[in-house]
Design a protein around this ligand. Structure first.
Ligand code: SF4
Length: 236
């Protein structure tokens, strides 16, 4: 089976059935979200690097600065002086580290792929993911965000929200590795980019509105009927 060939409906395993039920409950509550507000695939890459260890609203300020300066292209980001880039992305925090990572990424893009993001993102999914992970500062969450949102490839994105929600739902123990959590989704859902995109957006929305870190709102949560943690909390 090729990397994007796993499109049969995997509803036979208990995990597949529970993941599907969670998706449908969230979709019914929050509706289509059509996530990742970016105008170009390259802007997705920049956002995926800038959002490391910071809230998205801070990234928006940095992206707006880059747009206003006209440097949201690989060539312009490669050419801009490091100090100027640092000051443009300062609102996103860790600006020195992130400026270095952005410029290392575009250097890699020009050195190996002619400056073309589409060339980097073409080819078998696992091979592209390995190439992305080889870029300094690109960890698995960033790589999967780039694959899913910039490359339109079915690679499930795992973040802290995913870990928290599915631990409370009883599908995770809480201390699994990133790759183990990703495998839960990759092995039990059809490999459909739109599904992965929407599912991740729904997880984020659920965790912002109901499954909050310190004070989850379990009683009105759309997942209460399938959540042991929430049922115990409500009963108590
Ligand atoms: S019922 Fe509570 S713990 Fe369970 S998913 Fe909803 S908010 Fe989170």
């Amino acid at each position: 089976m090729n990397d994007e060939g796993k499109n049969e409906i995997l509803h036979l395993t208990p995990h597949a059935s529970r993941l599907t039920e969670v998706f449908h409950r969230l979709a019914a509550r929050f509706g289509p979200l059509h996530w990742w507000p970016a105008q170009t695939p390259f802007e997705v890459v920049v956002g995926a690097i800038l959002t490391q260890n910071t809230a998205w609203r801070n990234v928006e300020y940095a992206i707006a600065n880059l747009q206003a300066a006209g440097v949201l292209t690989p060539a312009a980001l490669r050419a801009i002086e490091r100090g100027e880039l640092e000051s443009l992305i300062r609102p996103a925090g860790f600006f020195r580290q992130k400026a270095e990572r952005l410029q290392l990424f575009v250097e890699h893009l020009f050195a190996r792929h002619g400056g073309e993001l589409a060339t980097l993102l073409a080819g078998p999914l696992d091979a592209v993911r390995t190439k992305l992970l080889a870029c300094k500062g690109v960890g698995p969450e960033t790589a999967d965000s780039i694959l899913l949102y910039a490359g339109y490839r079915p690679s499930f994105v795992i973040d802290a929200y995913t870990r928290r929600l599915f631990t409370r739902l009883g599908l995770l123990g809480g201390d699994e590795s990133y790759e183990a959590i990703r495998a839960l989704f990759m092995d039990n859902l059809p490999h459909e980019t739109d599904l992965f995109n929407e599912y991740h957006a729904l997880i984020v929305e659920e965790c912002k509105v109901f499954c909050r870190k310190r004070t989850p709102l379990c009683a009105p949560c759309p997942l209460l009927a399938v959540c042991p943690y929430g049922q115990a909390a409500v009963a108590a």
